[in-house]
Structure formats: structure tokens, C-alpha cells
Design a binder for this molecule. Structure first.
Ligand code: SAM
Length: 323
């Protein structure tokens, strides 16, 4: 399959069925059906954000019981495909019915545990902006359940260390007294991650003078930030390993894998998303895809922007100050 856009750059060969010979596999169809065609012990990292049963444009909302029973066979296939030293990262938010919140990670945990996987972290992905709730506190995080198949697994901590807040800290007693106490490569990024979410960026889109629009925006209503997946790819796989996203949407997980020389497999049932995924992969190969750099600090207003100031008309209301 060749793209004719740019004759100077060889476009990647994208297979639509699984083959060890390919580096990129992108399949249009139902995840459960497609997964059956992938051999046992193939993927070193399975990372996905499944449909949340929220009635988004690509799903039909059903009871939580029926939703989870539809996911069980998919999870069975994924565990079969996962290599012994591999990892599975399952990114989910809440299912909400009649204003009652059902945290999906709690419901999913038992399914994975029953299949023999072991939880290594429940990572909180925190984002600063989103919808404003009026009957409960506004939701500002989703969870990533990181499971491994076995007790021996890849964990390249040094590849994902982040700058320490106080690198100059020193041991104040003991045999190392006076020596730096941290790691020169930085600190462990912890289990609370701050990556910019798409909704936040959409909100900022309309604000003049704020140049923080997310460079990765597509038409997909809930795509992964590529940098979130990059951290998992770097920590949990080695070069040339297979990274699989069974619900790949516009292919964010695949681009994160390709960026670090991993082989990638994606599947989605929506032709429009898959077309964008393919275009993004081609743009990535050409070097024209805009990607928010891993580790770039989240934009913090300096207070001088118009949007950071209390509106004039609020200042004279009781209880409102511009401090
Ligand atoms: C939460 S989105 C994932 C978005 C993705 N992480 C990205 O960055 O674009 C879930 C995706 O699952 C896809 N999907 C839902 N049911 C599916 C099924 N049975 N088989 C394959 N894909 C499905 C939807 O089309 C949607 O793109």
C-alpha cells in the first residue's frame, strides 16, 4: 500500500492483516475478530483506551454488565497474545448512569485478575481542564491499569526518568553525607501523570493569545496524547517489540510506538478514524506530523493574559476579589 503524496520519502508499508514481516499493521474491523488472527505471545505492550460505554458516536450505550461481558472475550484474546514478559495498559474513566458514577477500572480489575494478570500500578492521568459538573465535583482524571503477565517483565525506568525538583539535594548524614542524594538521570515519574488532554486544548482553542492549542487534535472525540503512550512504550518495551492497540482510533498509540522504533498493530471499526490513523502515520514518516514533545511542561498562565483575569463585571459582587 503506497501513498503518492511525497515521491521523495519512501512511505511505510502498512499491512491490513497480521504478518511478522510487516512493521505496521492497521486493520479495519471488529477488535475481537481481528485479535483471533494474531499468534500467541506476540505483543510486548498492549495499550488501549477501550470504548467506555458512554454513548459516544462509535458505541451504543448498554448496561454495565452487558458492556463488560462484551469486553471479556476481547480481554481473553489480549492475554493470549501478550508475551510472558509483556505489559497491558488499560486506560479508562467512569461510566455514568442517572448521575451515578461507576469507575471502570474497579470493574475491570477483577476481569484481568481472573485471567492471571498482576497489577503493577494504577496510574492516575490528571488533566487540569474538562467539563464542569454541577451535581458532583468536576472529573479531572482517568486511570491506567498497568498489568504484567508474569513476575519478570520489562521496566526501563532510566528511559522515562523526569527532572528532579531539587537535584541539588544532598545526603545530610551517613556514609554518603555531602554527596548528591538523587539520580543524575532524574527521578521516577511516579504513578500520577500530568499530560494535556484534548478537551482542555479544545477549550483553549477559542481563547486569543493562548498559544497552547494541542498540535495533535483530530476529529476523534477522545484520542490519547501521544506522549502518554510514549512513556509506556519506553518503559515497558524494547526496540522492535510489537505494540498493540486493539481500539486504536486515530492511531496515537501506533505513532508513539513508531517514534521509538517499535513495530505496531492497530485495529478500529470506524473507517474514518482508520483513514486518519493512516494519514498520521504517513505524515509521521515524512516528518510533518506535529507531536507535542514528551516532557514539555503543561502551559501555566502567567496572570497577564486576559483570560487569567477576573472579569470587570464580577469585581463588584460580594465575595469576589481579584487577588
Ligand atoms: C476511546 S477510543 C480510542 C481512541 C484512541 N486511543 C486514539 O488515540 O485515537 C475507542 C475506539 O474504539 C473503537 N471501537 C469501538 N468498538 C470497537 C470494536 N468492537 N472493534 C474495534 N474498534 C472499536 C472506536 O471506534 C474508538 O475509536
Amino acid at each position: 500500500m503506497m501513498n503518492t503524496k511525497s515521491p521523495s520519502v519512501p512511505m511505510p508499508d502498512i499491512g491490513n492483516t497480521f504478518s511478522e514481516e510487516k512493521h505496521i499493521v492497521l486493520h479495519l474491523g471488529d477488535a475481537c475478530d481481528f485479535l483471533k488472527s494474531i499468534p500467541n505471545d506476540t505483543a510486548t505492550l498492549i495499550i488501549t483506551s477501550p470504548p467506555f460505554n458512554m454513548g459516544k458516536e462509535y458505541e451504543t450505550k448498554t448496561s454495565i454488565e452487558s458492556y463488560l461481558s462484551q469486553q471479556e472475550p476481547v480481554i481473553g484474546e489480549l492475554v493470549r497474545i501478550l508475551r510472558d514478559k509483556g505489559s497491558l495498559c488499560w486506560e479508562v474513566g467512569n461510566f455514568v448512569k442517572n448521575s451515578e458514577v461507576f469507575p471502570l477500572d474497579i470493574f475491570y480489575y477483577d476481569i484481568f485478575k481472573k485471567k492471571g494478570l498482576k497489577l503493577r500500578n494504577r496510574i492516575i492521568w490528571h488533566f487540569g481542564h474538562g467539563l464542569h459538573a454541577s451535581k458532583r465535583f468536576s472529573g479531572r482524571y482517568e486511570a491506567i491499569l498497568w498489568f504484567t503477565k508474569g513476575d519478570e517483565y520489562i521496566f526501563n525506568l532510566d528511559s522515562v526518568r523526569v527532572p528532579a525538583k531539587y537535584p541539588g539535594k544532598r545526603h545530610f548524614k551517613g556514609p554518603n553525607k555531602g554527596k548528591p542524594s538523587g539520580n543524575p538521570l532524574g527521578k521516577n515519574p511516579s504513578d500520577t501523570w500530568e499530560f494535556v488532554a484534548q478537551e482542555w486544548e479544545r477549550e483553549l482553542w477559542d481563547i486569543p493569545n493562548v498559544k497552547a492549542n494541542h498540535p495533535e487534535n483530530t476529529i476523534h472525540p477522545c484520542q490519547f496524547p501521544i506522549e502518554l503512550v510514549e512513556r509506556c512504550v519506553l518503559a515497558l518495551t524494547d526496540k522492535d517489540d510489537w505494540v498493540l492497540d486493539p481500539y486504536c482510533g486515530v492511531g496515537s498509540a501506533l505513532i508513539a510506538g513508531l517514534k521509538h522504533n517499535r513495530r505496531v498493530i492497530g485495529c478500529d471499526k470506524e473507517p474514518e478514524y482508520l483513514k486518519i490513523a493512516k494519514e498520521r502515520i504517513y505524515s509521521f514518516s515524512e516528518g510533518t506530523l506535529k507531536i507535542r514533545p514528551l516532557g514539555k511542561p503543561v502551559h501555566v498562565p502567567n496572570g497577564n493574559e486576559k483570560v487569567a483575569q477576573v472579569p470587570e463585571e464580577w469585581k463588584h459582587q460580594p465575595g469576589v476579589s481579584d487577588d
